[in-house]
Write a protein that binds this ligand. Structure first.
Ligand code: BF8
Length: 653
């Protein structure tokens, strides 16, 4: 589609997406790309200069158009623009934390049912991690059966949500210096639910009306996500479904197969996707597929559900956030399941244009018009088979000529913290030492976390890829999750060869020696907790300071769109990480609030926010921060390269 000036609009850098957008346009199918053309963002809302939390408003308080026309802005109740902007921002963080943490609650409940033999088709798979987590929770393991330990772990995990005082257990996993900062500022979360509820209370009309005070609670809420809900999800999912190890995966919409039954699992919770993996191997299902004329069953994923089954089973990923409707436009998808988060309501309309059955599976989320088959762990496998049968039986109903783009890209995925530890140090000496050594000797300049969404207000995937390429070219190793990880996968950056093709010579040398890609796929969005643990491991390994804020490291979400991304950003900042967001920034309505987040947060947390929509400039800002940290550590001077002989190596051991 052409823009107002008649120019063809570039919507994606992914050819598979481009061809499917064109197909949708020809077939008159409405997708997010066209809806975005028709619906421009509200200029007042985009900078959060609008308060609609009571019935006296909404109070719209735009910034003056011309410099010098600035005057005090306040709502009818007298709430200042600072209060309004901070309140809006804090509420988004509360929503993001609630999303990750409600997911975590479901995980903890299912985990407990699994331990009590009440979950059909699930088991405790990673007993080593079970013991580690039990240790974190202070649970006795000596002489006890795994099942008993797991029951205690499940109960202790569930307690984290309703606790009223004290500290979340995982806070103690952070470097000691970081814990001290949090305690001094009074931002250590007491209980996950308590922080979210208090945030909602404090942002109600007429409660907390001091933007700095509001931001302290927003920080406590975000920490309850990163070092609470998200970390619980990651740990318990690993114990139930296996801690990821590197595995070959395939990315992009080309993973669909014309002559097979195509199913897409979309959303965030890994339960049904795990059981669909099991169900697809059932001979009865295979026979049914044959009976309807299909050559097989092709299970694929979308968004973070994809990340979960991709990194544990190698299930192909059909695309990231902006590709969810496009997957259906292929006409090749028999059935898509959705559970919670990031699933567009537009999917239902698109599914009706083809033969696809859209199935909602969570008791917390329905979509009008979609089929609802609720998933419960007690009969999870039966539900998975029911859904699979429905998909197979829908195969003969394809109405349109199927078009599957050619694009697919192989990748190596599944770099959990445990795997990085093992890959770098080996089974008996698992450690981050080689990574620390290579950061210290300068072969690796620093570490960057590039995470987050797609946003239709920017060219799909373009900012992710430009930023990541710029970082690795400058010897910065990249850790990635969520839709950013998928963008990297599609662009071929998650392969060991990418080191030779795109990385600077130092990083390439290390990647080639260890056999890893320069960009490490660490999982879904809840798995940003893995990045926190990896950063802590770098600190604990020694030689790079005594806090996360000392590391030559930075974070970014160049195409963010969700409230979860803001919660993630705030907990990274509060953990000491310089964090740059692109696309848009939701506090521009108030200079004071923005200054508080971008500058004053550094004094409080030694980490701060930044906003830069140009991904190359943003990467430059991250590299400058990394260099600043290297200088503070005394690592800025060029080091002599020392070639180690055997005696020197032994001395090292
Ligand atoms: O949690 S990266 S668009 S899919 S919010 Fe959503 Fe953003 Fe993707 Fe996963 Ni995360």
């Amino acid at each position: 589609m052409a823009d107002e000036k008649g120019k063809e609009k570039i919507r994606s850098i992914d050819n598979a997406a481009i061809t499917l957008i064109e197909k949708a346009q020809k077939e008159n199918v409405s997708t997010v790309f066209f809806r975005a053309d028709e619906l421009k963002p509200c200029p007042i809302g985009v900078e959060e200069s609008c308060c609609k939390i009571c019935g006296m408003g909404p109070c719209r308080l735009p910034r003056p158009k011309k410099a010098g026309e600035e005057k005090d802005r306040a709502g009818v109740c007298g709430a200042t623009i600072e209060t309004i902007v901070a309140r809006n921002f804090a509420r988004k963080i509360a929503a993001g934390t609630a999303s990750h943490s409600d997911h975590a609650r479901e995980v903890a409940e299912t985990f407990l049912k699994t331990a009590q033999d009440e979950a059909q088709g699930f088991a405790i798979k990673d007993e080593v991690k079970l013991l580690e987590v039990a240790l974190d929770y202070g649970i006795e393991t000596e002489g006890r059966e795994s099942r008993e330990i797991a029951i205690d772990v499940g109960k202790k995990a569930l307690e984290q949500f309703g606790k009223q005082d004290g500290e979340l257990v995982y806070i103690k996993k952070a470097p000691l210096k970081r814990q001290e900062i949090w305690r001094k500022l009074g931002v250590v979360p007491r209980g996950i639910d308590r922080e979210v509820v208090e945030m909602m209370h404090r942002t109600h009309m007429g409660v907390d009306q001091d933007y700095k005070h509001l931001m302290l609670q927003a920080t406590r809420t975000a920490l309850a996500d990163g070092w609470g809900g998200s970390m619980i999800s990651t740990d318990l999912q690993d114990i139930m479904f296996g801690t990821p190890v590197p595995i070959l995966g395939t990315f992009n919409t080309g993973v669909f197969k014309e002559d097979q039954v195509n199913i897409v699992v979309h959303g965030h919770e890994p339960f049904l996707p795990e059981l669909l993996v099991t169900a697809t191997h059932d001979p009865e299902m295979k026979a049914l597929a044959e009976k309807v004329g299909a050559k097989g069953i092709n299970l694929t994923g979308m968004c973070c559900s994809a990340n979960e089954v991709l990194m544990r089973h190698g299930i192909p990923c059909a695309g990231n956030f902006l590709q969810q409707e496009l997957a259906l436009v292929t006409g090749a998808v028999e059935l898509m399941t959705v559970d919670v988060q990031c699933q567009m309501q537009g999917l239902q309309d698109v599914s009706e244009c083809y033969h696809t059955k859209l199935v909602t599976t969570s008791d917390r989320a329905k979509i009008e018009g979609a089929i609802h088959i609720e998933f419960h762990p007690e009969n999870g496998l039966d539900t998975a088979k029911k859904i699979l049968r429905m998909a197979i039986e829908n195969y003969p109903n394809r109405r349109h000529a199927v078009y599957i783009p050619a694009e697919t890209q192989d990748a190596v995925v599944g770099f959990s913290h445990e795997t990085i530890n093992y890959l770098l140090g080996g089974l008996f000496r698992a450690s981050y030492k080689p990574l620390n050594d290579n950061i210290i000797n300068g072969r690796i300049r620093g570490v960057a976390g590039v995470v987050g969404c797609n946003n239709v207000r920017t060219v799909h995937d373009s900012a992710h890829i430009a930023m990541v390429k710029e970082l690795i070219k400058n010897d910065v190793i990249v850790l990635t999750t969520g839709c950013a990880a998928m963008a990297c996968g599609k662009a071929g950056l998650l392969t060991p060869e990418a080191a030779r093709l795109y990385a600077g010579s130092g990083l390439a040398e290390v990647c080639e020696a260890v056999g890893i890609p320069p960009v490490l796929h660490m999982g879904a969005c809840v798995d940003n907790s893995r990045i926190l643990i990896a950063a802590t491991a770098l600190v604990k390994e020694g030689g790079l300071g005594d806090d996360i804020s000392d590391l030559p490291a930075a974070g970014a979400a160049p195409e963010w769109m969700s409230e979860k991304a803001l919660a993630i950003g705030q907990y990274f900042v509060a953990s000491g990480v310089y964090t740059v967001f692109g696309t848009t920034w939701p506090t521009l309505g108030s200079e004071k609030v923005t200054k508080h987040l971008f500058e004053e947060h550094e004094e409080l947390y030694k980490g701060m926010w930044a906003y830069e929509p140009d991904p190359i400039k943003a990467a430059g800002m991250m590299i400058a921060h990394i260099d600043k940290k290297r200088k503070a550590l005394g690592l800025d001077k060029a080091r002599e390269r020392v070639l180690y002989d055997m005696a020197m190596r032994r001395a090292l051991d």
